[in-house]
Write a protein that binds this ligand. Structure first.
Ligand code: GDP
Length: 488
């Protein structure tokens, strides 16, 4: 016997359009006429199939008692058995009527079941109605504007239902670009990328040299592709394509080209990219180009400012020269020697970080570390950063946590451009990890403005730890018509 699909139970006061929505969801026309006296219609069952997933759809609440005070109890009584077995509750309300006391009472009763719960605001057929629909957010659960009559909004409702019941990953294949499959345990795969001579090989030696490491050819590739594995505190780190990192170009031009090819190749297989930059030279055009590949690849990134010994020394000398000028001497007491002290060092770090951030704006999420691969200074501190950004890449936030955050902590109007149509997000779910990708159900017919996405990303990062990993948003654009009319 096949397993029964999860139940989506429709609840609502009379005349809000429950039957029409039921028909729309199940794609059938229900045969029982509801307003005939004497017909008991406690529950009606149907089936919805959507994107390869099924739901049992249960419509409840057939008989309405004359005594108004009894209505909510009666609706709930009729829905009772169905609610017990429900995977998801759907309260249907009428956008023309606004929130009635009965809607509120039903919402309260449904909430008390502790089950996942959506509101479908029916009869939303004009922009005016859409803004009315927004009022229903007050009920404190995800709100979906629909027109059951025409099927508008029903797709989104079903998609969100799938996300809620089957987990957001159910929608991943369709909406997100494929991620890597290396999500369960296993080693962290790391690509060391950067321009020629920034110190990639030296860093690799430093990172693997002090550990027991094994070099292994990669199956199915040419002989020159080898990875190096290191075990550290029980964790396995695999540096990919280490032969490539060590290989040097014969001329500058060849080396430059090779470094780009190697970066792209390494990124394909990695979870984490260590973007190595020569601190003495600062961030060049070439660095920025390789950095942009890292960003596009969706890998987590750590910016490694190498040769910090040289940069610090240069700064110290410059400072000493400055101190030797007449002006500098005038500030010092005659017996006082110029020192490059801790304050100078931290100011130097601060200035450098600002410079790097300014040149690599698109990697604002990546942590920066200042090291010397040659002296080993701070090099081992790269490992905890790798752990951190690799974990962020695989982080999955539950749908209830995301929607609670969205509702309680995000003021969407702050992110909207003044003249644009105010953005509403009805529902958010994380469709996949590696990198974290969020599916948004909005009131927008056009893709979200870049600045709005940026705003949302910042808010998300302020709440959840996605340090070092890019995050992506995929927006479900609202379509005018939904599922085909049942009559057809
Ligand atoms: P790659 O082409 O990126 O692999 O760079 P290499 O690792 O071959 O390093 C290029 C040169 O920079 C070598 O001469 C290294 O000794 C030197 N180098 C690498 N890292 C450092 C560092 O942290 N400080 C200093 N002073 N020199 C470094």
């Amino acid at each position: 016997m096949t397993k029964k699909p999860p139940s989506l139970v429709i609840v609502g006061r009379p005349n809000v359009g429950k039957s029409t929505l039921f028909n729309r969801l199940t794609g059938t026309r229900r045969s029982i006429v509801t307003d005939e006296p004497g017909i008991t219609r406690d529950r009606i069952y149907g089936k919805a199939d959507w994107r390869g997933y099924s739901f049992e759809i249960v419509d409840t609440g057939g008989i309405v008692p004359d005594d108004k005070a009894l209505i909510p109890t009666e609706i709930l009584r009729q829905a009772h058995v169905a609610i017990d077995k429900a995977a998801l509750l759907l309260l249907v309300v009428d956008s023309h009527a606004g929130i009635t006391p009965l809607d509120e009472e039903l919402a309260r009763l449904l909430r008390s079941t502790g089950k996942p719960f959506f509101v479908a605001v029916n009869k939303v057929d004009s922009p005016q109605q859409e803004s009315n629909a927004a009022n229903f957010h007050r009920l404190g659960v995800p709100v979906f504007p629909v027109t059951a009559e025409h099927g508008t909004g029903v797709d989104d409702l079903l998609d969100a239902a799938i996300a809620e019941v089957y987990d957001g990953s159910a929608l991943a294949e369709e909406d997100a670009t494929p991620g890597d499959t290396n999500d369960e345990g296993g080693p962290v795969e790391i690509a060391i990328i950067g321009r020629p001579n920034v110190g990639k090989s030296t860093l690799l030696n430093r990172l693997v040299g002090e550990e027991r490491s094994i070099v292994s050819p990669v199956p199915g590739t040419t002989m020159d592709t080898v990875d190096t594995e290191v075990t550290r505190d029980g964790r396995v780190y695999r540096f990919v394509d280490t032969a490539g990192i060590r290989r040097k170009g014969k001329t500058n031009l060849v080396a430059e080209k090779l470094s780009v090819v190697m970066a792209r190749r390494g990124l394909e297989r990695a979870d984490v990219a260590l973007l190595v930059v020569d601190s003495e030279q600062g961030v060049t055009q070439g660095d920025a180009q390789i950095a942009s590949y890292a960003e596009e690849s969706g890998r987590s990134v750590v910016i490694v400012m190498n040769k910090w010994d040289l940069a610090a020394e240069a700064a110290r000398q410059a400072s000493a020269r400055d101190a030797d000028t007449t002006k500098g001497r005038a500030r010092r007491r005659p017996d006082e020697k110029h020192k490059f002290d801790e304050v100078d060092k931290s100011k130097l770090l601060f200035d450098y970080e600002k410079m790097v951030r300014g040149k690599l704006k698109f990697l604002s999420y990546a942590p920066i570390i200042f090291i010397s691969a040659k002296t080993g200074e701070r090099a081992q501190k790269i490992y905890p950063l790798i752990d951190q950004v690799a974990a962020a890449r695989k982080r999955h936030i539950s749908t209830p946590d995301l929607n609670r955050w969205l509702k309680e902590e995000v003021d969407l109007q702050r992110g909207s451009t003044p003249k644009a149509r105010p953005v509403r997000i009805y529902y958010i779910t994380q469709a996949k990890t590696s990198p974290p990708t969020f599916l948004l159900f909005t009131n927008q017919k056009q893709p979200l403005h870049f600045s709005f996405e940026r705003f949302l990303e910042n808010q998300l990062r302020g709440k959840f730890d996605f340090k070092g990993t890019p995050v992506r948003f995929v927006q479900r654009l609202r379509k005018r018509e939904g599922r085909g009319r049942p009559e057809e």
